[in-house]
Design a protein around this ligand. Structure first.
Ligand SMILES: Cc1ncc(COP(=O)(O)O)c(C=O)c1O
Length: 391
């Protein structure tokens, strides 16, 4: 089908919730994707930080093929080795407690919200509050949406669940002030991705940890975008010298298939018990096999060191480009703000035309989330294509 035909189908049959670029990608390999006319692109978006292991990684494809040809699922009412091995792998790679498998990021966050609320009730808090940061993004289902101040439009989607309090993302004093005896949790992304790649300062994160420790509240890190090697360690919190009590993961976790997860410390592993939570598809063996294969690729010290080096090379290159006012990020999670007067959407569409896929998270900003398997050559190629698109 041509793009014009696809657009006609979209207009007639698809709810108009997405603004799409006029291109259909039909094939991928590593950091390259090809459109329906056979044109090749360098993919610095990776399906929104999903294909961290690169498109169609042979080990992930083989794991999916093998499992789907044997058994695609039997429900969570029976045992399944891939799911339980994935729980083990995730717990041992992070907080050492227990894991709930979900299908998506927003579902992982919904589970975390239920967990911290139940934990608060067990501490005698009848109306628990969750403190979140301005500009956060935690997902689109109602609980996660209520935790996402800039999209939680009461006038459009209300009544939204209550019990969420937002503080500025760069004000440790305001955060300390907001955490009190009703606080169930503080929930934050170590680097705000959808907002345009804004790292949360170490002072802010330390304030959150201290306030939670002082009050008994739970610290939740949403690592749905920052996790799975994106920032140069398997989880972004690893560089902080301290960790959260609950971590949510998704996106690249499934190696391209939808997988989410909630990871806890040992103390919080048994807060949710039989009947408290569940999902038909969650932890299905095909998705779990894909996630195990994706972890094999990503949890590799050599690859993670390269992510840090390539991230530095890329950010240094970006800083030298005309039109770039600010460069932010860590590892291969990179955002820039353009100089006043440059239209980010026009830059992105010129880049796409030249064969570079990138993202515009907001006015005047670009975001880059390449597969983590790129090399120096691809970084330099992206910089050259971007220089042209900026010019
Ligand atoms: C930090 C963060 N949390 C949650 C989500 C929601 O994930 P999903 O789209 O899989 O529901 C996203 C998606 O962009 C995200 O970046």
């Amino acid at each position: 089908m041509t793009i014009t035909q696809l657009q006609a189908l979209e207009r007639r049959y698809a709810m108009p919730t997405y603004a799409r670029a006029a291109v259909e990608f039909v094939r991928g390999e590593g950091a390259r994707i090809w459109d329906s006319d056979g044109r090749e692109y360098l993919d610095f978006f990776a399906g929104l930080s999903v294909h961290n292991a690169g498109h169609c990684h042979p080990a992930i494809v083989a794991a999916i093929r093998e499992q789907v040809g044997r058994l695609a699922g039997s429900s969570n009412l029976y045992y399944s080795e891939p799911a339980l091995r994935l729980c083990e792998r995730l717990a041992e790679s992070s907080l050492g407690g227990k894991v709930f498998l979900a299908n998506t990021g927003t579902e992982a966050n919904e589970c975390a919200i239920k967990l911290v609320r139940k934990h608060a009730h067990s501490r005698g808090i009848s109306e628990p509050e969750i403190v979140v940061l301005d500009h956060a993004f935690h997902g689109r289902t109602l609980g996660s949406l209520a935790a996402t101040p800039r999209l939680a439009r009461e006038d459009l989607f209300g009544p939204l669940p209550g019990g969420f309090v937002a503080v500025p993302r760069d004000d440790p004093a305001a955060l300390r002030e907001a955490v009190g005896e009703r606080t169930a949790a503080v929930m934050l992304e170590p680097i705000q991705g959808e907002a345009g790649v804004f790292p949360i300062s170490d002072e802010m994160i330390a304030a959150a940890r201290e306030a939670c420790d002082a009050t008994g509240a739970v610290l939740v890190f949403d690592e749905i975008q920052t996790g799975m090697g994106r920032t140069g360690s398997l989880w972004a919190y690893e560089r902080l010298g301290m960790g959260p009590d609950v971590l949510t993961a998704a996106k690249a976790l499934g190696g391209g298939l939808p997988v989410g997860a909630v990871l806890t410390t040992p103390e919080l592993g048994d807060v949710l018990t039989v009947g408290d939570h569940g999902s038909t598809f969650a932890g299905g063996p095909v998705a779990a096999a894909a996630a195990l294969a994706a972890l094999d690729v990503i949890a590799d010290d050599g690859l993670l060191a390269r992510v840090r080096d390539l991230g530095e090379r890329f950010r240094a290159g970006l800083s030298g480009l005309d039109g770039v006012a600010e460069v932010r990020g860590r590892g291969l999670m990179v955002g820039v703000t353009l100089v006043d007067g440059l239209d980010a959407r026009a830059v992105a569409s010129r880049a796409l035309e030249a064969g570079l896929v990138l993202n515009v998270p907001g006015d005047g900003m670009l975001r880059f989330l390449p597969p983590l398997v790129i090399g120096e050559h691809e970084v330099d190629e992206a910089l050259a294509l971007l220089e042209d698109a900026l010019g």
